[in-house]
Design a protein around this ligand. Structure first.
Ligand SMILES: [Zn+2]
Length: 298
């Protein structure tokens, strides 16, 4: 097994230039280290019809290729259920009846960052659980974490230790949580290198911990700086001219867009459009910009 990198978009709309840039980086990290490159559509939630096809077409248009069939998470629900069952059987879970509002209103855990679950349902008695079930609210399944934090290895940041809380594994409506699905899928696809935006860095410790509990290998990570707009906020569709379709409408070819993304990574001169092979030759993870890419409409 030679290992693999991956890109795993959520098909909620068109990819923007920041997403395409992260995908290009994931491809470069994988190919430059002799790995396969896998593609996965994370379509458990918030799916816009047709978006997955459009995203894959855009990725191919700027020059990415991938190995094997595209995996769709919606085809893999039984695997996620198996993983939840395994954790339930190991007594590493509990039922949570909280609403999102209740969690927000509860006092957050003393050392946890905002949004961490305060543990409200962790020690309910079986009678309390029965009463809540009888009240008709289907419970979410949460991890009963036995650690407060966990360490991962990040190619750009070195060792990173971060908090682990009692994350949701499966929501009350039956939808499996992102944190669970990604580790099950990465293991199934042979992914041992995860390159993605650094907004997901805080998810890495809990995903690595979950993988360990399930006996799955923990990948090495590379969390790359995001693309920001001129106001220093995360780039979004509302910033305009940010999708490949927008860029095409403005007269730019996918090759030109690839060149602009490469230039933003220090891999091309302005107005140069190197091939993927050339980019691979030039790629040096150690020389990547460590600050966000600020995209201003032009
Ligand atoms: Zn709860």
């Amino acid at each position: 097994m030679r290992g693999a990198g991956r890109f795993a978009p959520s098909p909620s709309g068109d990819l923007h230039l920041g997403n395409l840039r992260t995908a290009l980086l994931a491809w470069l990290f994988a190919r430059s280290s002799g790995r396969d490159f896998r593609m996965r559509v994370e379509d458990l939630d918030r799916v816009r019809p047709g978006a997955a096809q459009s995203q894959l077409a855009d990725l191919a248009a700027i020059g990415l290729d991938w190995d094997g069939a595209v995996v769709h998470q919606s085809d893999r629900l039984s695997h996620y259920d198996d993983a939840v069952d395994k954790l339930v059987a190991a007594d590493l879970t509990y039922e949570c009846f909280c609403t999102r509002r209740e969690i927000q209103q509860a006092v957050t855990a003393p050392h946890g960052p905002d949004g961490h679950y305060p543990g409200t349902c962790r020690d309910l008695t079986s009678e309390q659980r029965r009463a809540k079930r009888d009240a008709g609210r289907p419970p979410a399944i949460r991890l009963r974490s036995e650690v407060a934090d966990f360490e991962v290895h990040d190619l750009l940041r070195g060792r990173h230790r971060g908090p682990v809380d009692d994350v949701v594994l499966r929501r009350g409506d039956g939808v499996h949580a992102y944190n669970l699905a990604v580790i099950v899928d990465d293991a199934a696809q042979g992914v041992d290198q995860v390159v993605r935006g650094d907004d997901l860095l805080s998810s890495a410790p809990r995903q690595a911990y979950l993988a360990t509990l399930l006996g799955l290998p923990v990948p090495v990570f590379a969390h790359v700086p995001l693309a920001l707009n001129g106001d220093g906020k995360r780039l979004a569709k509302r910033d305009g001219a940010v999708t490949l379709a927008d860029q095409r409408a403005a007269g730019r070819t996918p090759d030109t867009v690839r060149g602009a993304l490469a230039a933003s990574l220090g891999l091309a001169e302005p107005d140069e459009s190197p091939s993927m092979t050339t980019l691979l030759d030039r790629f040096d993870p150690g020389a990547l910009p460590r600050t966000p890419w600020v995209f201003t409409r032009s």
